[in-house]
Structure formats: structure tokens, C-alpha cells
Design a protein around this ligand. Sequence first.
Ligand SMILES: [Zn+2]
Length: 271
Amino acid sequence: MDRGLKILLDIYWCSKGWKKPLISDEDFEIAKNEGYMFDYPAPVSHEETLDQIREITSRISPADVANTFLYSLSTRKLEYRSALGSYWYAVSIPPHKSTEDHHCYCCGWYPWKITPDAYELSHGLNVLNFERYKWGGVRHVQANYALFDLQQFLKLPVVEHTAEDEGILHDILDCVNELEPSNKAGALQKLITKKKILRSNKQEIDVLLDILGICGVLSSDRNPCYAVRFCGESDRNPPEFTNDRSYPVNHWKASDGICKERYKIVFGKEY
Ligand SMILES: [Zn+2]
């Protein structure tokens, strides 16, 4: 593992979970020079963020992100997994204006601060990159993360997935048929974890299922993916809703099955 990556992975997380990020100037320089950590970003307006998203998604094809997602399954290189979620979210964001200066409740944009406090300084883009390498991302449906993830995606060395990767995805999706009709994403995660289909852990599989929801493979007619019907941040989880997975897999049930139409669009072949 690169030294810079080890530094990034150790800053925010320990065996007990999240920790207060502390880093020496020397370690930061190492991780920054290797491309794993970044200075706190300059402010980018809502409009400019959407422009950058439009520009970057025009340079990426669905086949590119499907290929790297598949590649991540056998290799456990989670930074290659994340972009499938970010791409299908980013490409689906409709033109809109932000109603608030501090946050857009449609696309999830928030402004980087002109004078960040200590907490903001120690998180910035680096916590996003940490989540990307640790779990394959978490905040795919926030404009800031989606844009950052796709920018980093274009810097990754080119890879090619194998037939083994496609087999793993099929084994994951075949688990849906073993569930009770009322089972939700949590039960699917537990079954995939129990069957040890891929080198992984609970958190990674939770995120993997989030991504399969965002791209629409695990979605429903009631709650389709963003590309079919964009759902703004404020409409995703009604107040009484307790499931903390990402939209729309948080609304999915085993009886909804696998969306073969979306599978074909996302992975370029019949399920
Ligand atoms: Zn917005």
C-alpha cells in the first residue's frame, strides 16, 4: 500500500470507529504529493458546481464506470467502485437553482468555506477521499462528492474487469431470489455477507447495495432511480422513515426484484 494511502486511511478511523483527525505536516505533505490528500478547496458556487458536473459527465461513459465497478468486486479496490454511483447520480441532476446559500436541498451542494474552522479544515475533500478508499464512497448523492469522485476517477490507472467480476455481480444479485418478498436491503446485505461471495465486510456491502440502487438495478416503480425520476434531497426520506441506506435502495424490497431494464442500460448487456 502507498504510504500516502495508509496515512489517509489511518487519520479518520481506528478499530473503534471514527476518531478525531490529527496529522503531522510531514505526513500531510507525503499524502498530498502522492495524490491522496488535498488542501482545503476554494469556494465553488452552486451554478459552477453544476457546470463542472455537466462537463465531467460528458467525458465519462456508462461503460467506463460499469467496467471499474466490476473490476472492484474481485480486487476489493474500492476507489474503483464508487464512480458508478456518483456518475448515475451526477448525470441525472436536472437544471435547477439552489434555494439556499448554504445548502441545496435538491442536489446536496454545499459551499466550501472562505474561512474554514478547524473541523472543516481537517475534513474538506480528505474525508471524502477517505470514504472513497475505505468503503467505495458514502455520499454519492451529494453534488460535492459526486463531482470530486468523478474528478478522481479520471486520474485512476485504466483497468479491465474480468469474467470473474461479472460472475460475482451475478452471485450478489442471485441472492435476491433467496429472500422473502418483504425482505429489504439489510437482509440482502446479511445474506451476501454470510455467503462470502466476495472479499468484503458489512459496511462495504451496504455501500455496494447503495450504488446498485442509485444506478437503478435495485430500485422499484414506486421509487425509481435518479435517471428515471430525479428525487431531490428533501424528498428521499419521509420523516417517519427509519432505514438509513441511500435512496432508492432504502425503499426497495425483495419483491421488487432486479430491474433488468436498468441492468441493461448500466452494464450494457442482458441480465
Ligand atoms: Zn442544487
